[in-house]
Structure formats: C-alpha cells, structure tokens
Design a binder for this molecule. Structure first.
Ligand code: PAZ
Length: 328
C-alpha cells in the first residue's frame, strides 16, 4: 500500500522509509509516559548504575499474537493463533536462571506462573466456607500455592515487568521503546521474540474511521506489508543485545531453510524453528554453525520444552557475553 506523503512505492521504497512511515503514521501509544517510566525504573534497577553488584542480565520476552485493526474505532480485527504459552513458560525459566524479564505480552494471553491453574481459575480454585469467607479448594491448593510462591519471588525481587499490547501498532512501538531503553545494557541484554507478529496490516491513514458497513457489498481490502523491524533492532536500536527470533511454519519441508534465511537476513544470533502442531514437543535451535534439536522430556508429564531450551540459550548468551568482552 502506498504512502501518499512521500510518493514512493514498491521497489523504490527503502526499508528505512517503510519503518519511518509505519511509526509516523501509527496512532499514538496510550500510556507511553507510564511505560517509559516503568522501563527506566526497571532497567536502572538491573543495570550497571544499580550499585556494585554488577549488571544483571535482562531479557525482553515477546509473547502472543498482534492484532490488525480494520477500523480506527476498532470493531473488527485480524488475529492469529498464538496462545502466549511459549512466552509465559520461557519467562518462568528465565527468571529461574536469574534474568530480569520484560514480558511484552498480548493482553488476555497466557501469563507466567498461571499455566498449571485451570482456565476459570477464580471460580474453580476457590470456594465459600459456611461463614461466607473464601478458601482455596483442597484439590487445587498445591497448584495455587506454587503459583503464588513463584510469582511472589519474581515480583518481590523486581524480576518481572509486564507490558501488555493488543495491536501491531502497540507491539512495535513498545518493542522499540524497550530496545532503545536497554541499549546501554549492551551484551547483557537478550531479545527472545516469541510473539506471532502480523505480516500484513492496514496503515492507519488508509483505515476506515467507523465500523465498515456490510450494506456496501463484499469487502475488498488491500493489506500493506509490516516492515521487518528485526534488522533495525540489530543495527540501531540495541546493536549489542543477543537476539533470538522464532520461525513458525506448517510445512516441515521449508522450516529450516526459512529459519536459516531469517538468521542471515536479519543477523540474528539464534533463530528457533518450530512447527505449529509439534511446537510444544520440539524446537530446532538454528545458529550460523549449528542446528540443535531440543525435545520436551516425554518421561515427565508436566515437562516443558522451554526448560532445556532456556538452559541452552542461557549458555549461549554467557558465551556471547564473554566473547564481546563484557563479562564480570
Ligand atoms: O504462543 P504459542 O505458545 O501458542 O505459540 C508459540 C509460537 C508458535 C507463536 C512461537 O514459538 C513462534 O514461533 N513465534 C514466531 C511466529 C512467527 O513465525 O511469526
């Protein structure tokens, strides 16, 4: 879709022009001051300036799918399948490994430490006593205690900052804010981009303001390509950060080839390849010289593939910190 302000389109546009015009035309981020303040506090607490303990490692975990609004006063939107399970589970393992986590997640998707609770947890986990007070049902008491204990530890130590998004506009604006804010954390910072980010969108200025009317007949709509932000993340926003992106495919024949392409094109340190149907069982960690398949431990009912995966990535991140000469 053409940006009428600069008169460029198709092959004549550069990536930078597309990115600039995406951000210039996006609706302003609500709560941006609040997000900026929270980010600054969080990063100050965990970075070099925080005292003599030395820097902590910070990871930005993106999680869940972005929506593409079809109307400015949004009634309808395009969505995707992502449940946020990968991001929530990975966050738990990163916290366990000592990382401070910026959990950039889609509102309403899976949250860290709640995965073992039932979907309708408030109503299913609690009951009224005869005196009309509330108590945890015996059947759920262990799961509730575990969730509260872990969540409490993470929040008490200030290791978890949750930033929610819904639309592609919000997601990319917040991601940019996070990346620019962690620039000084250098190689101690990691990006673990598990969110399913929309590839196509309706630019704000060409979007209908009001609810699209069905009386006008079939809907004919052209979607523009969302500019790829991974290159600019690596080149400009946070050039020293360790960057991991995900590649999802449904056709196993093209998965590894696409992951390799992403690795080279966006200069990622790691691309994690996964298939839709087996994503909770197995992933392939692709780097410039390795392809390591990581499996969930099938002997354990509650085992997560994220447990061995995060262990491996933490090791790779340590090696990167050493290599870049910023280790303690
Ligand atoms: O959110 P979820 O646990 O249901 O799924 C995780 C995932 C498949 C979205 C993630 O592992 C992933 O591959 N994200 C990138 C998707 C993409 O290629 O855009």
């Amino acid at each position: 879709m053409m940006d009428s302000r600069d008169g460029l389109q198709g092959p004549h546009r550069t990536l930078d022009t597309d990115i600039e015009s995406f951000f210039n035309s996006a609706p302003p981020l609500k709560d941006s001051l609040d997000i900026g303040r929270k980010l600054k506090e969080f990063i100050d607490r965990h970075s070099f300036s925080s005292g003599n303990k030395g820097p902590s490692r910070i990871v930005c975990v993106s999680s869940g799918g972005t929506t593409v609004p079809l109307e400015q006063r949004c009634v309808r939107y395009i969505d995707n399948f992502s449940s946020g399970h990968r991001g929530a589970a990975s966050t738990e393992y990163f916290v366990k490994a000592g990382y401070a986590v910026v959990f950039l997640h889609r509102r309403g998707t899976c949250q860290p430490y709640c995965r073992s609770l039932p979907e309708n947890s408030l109503l299913e986990c609690f009951e009224l006593t005869e005196e009309s007070s509330v108590q945890v049902r015996q059947s759920h008491s262990e799961a509730v205690k575990r969730a509260i204990r872990h969540h409490h530890t993470a929040t008490e130590k200030g290791l978890l900052l949750k930033l929610p998004f819904t639309s592609i506009f919000e997601y990319l604006q917040i991601l940019r804010m996070v990346a620019i804010s962690v620039k000084n954390v250098g190689s101690y910072c990691m990006f673990y981009l598990a969110a399913a980010v929309s590839d196509f969108y309706v630019p704000w200025e060409s979007m209908a303001e009001h609810k699209i009317q069905s009386a006008s007949g079939p809907l004919d709509m052209r979607l523009a390509q969302v500019p790829k932000m991974l290159s600019v993340l690596r080149k400009e926003w946070a050039p020293m950060a360790y960057c991991i992106s995900f590649k999802l495919e449904t056709d196993p024949k093209i998965l590894l080839e696409k992951a390799d392409m992403a690795l080279r094109k966006y200069k990622m340190h790691v691309v994690i390849a996964n298939e839709l149907l087996t994503r909770k069982e197995e992933v392939v960690v692709v780097t410039s010289n390795e392809r390591i398949t990581v499996h969930r431990d099938s002997n354990e009912a509650d085992a997560d593939v994220e447990s061995p995966l995060i262990k491996l990535l933490v090791e790779k991140h340590s090696a990167y910190i050493k290599e870049t000469g910023t280790s303690n």
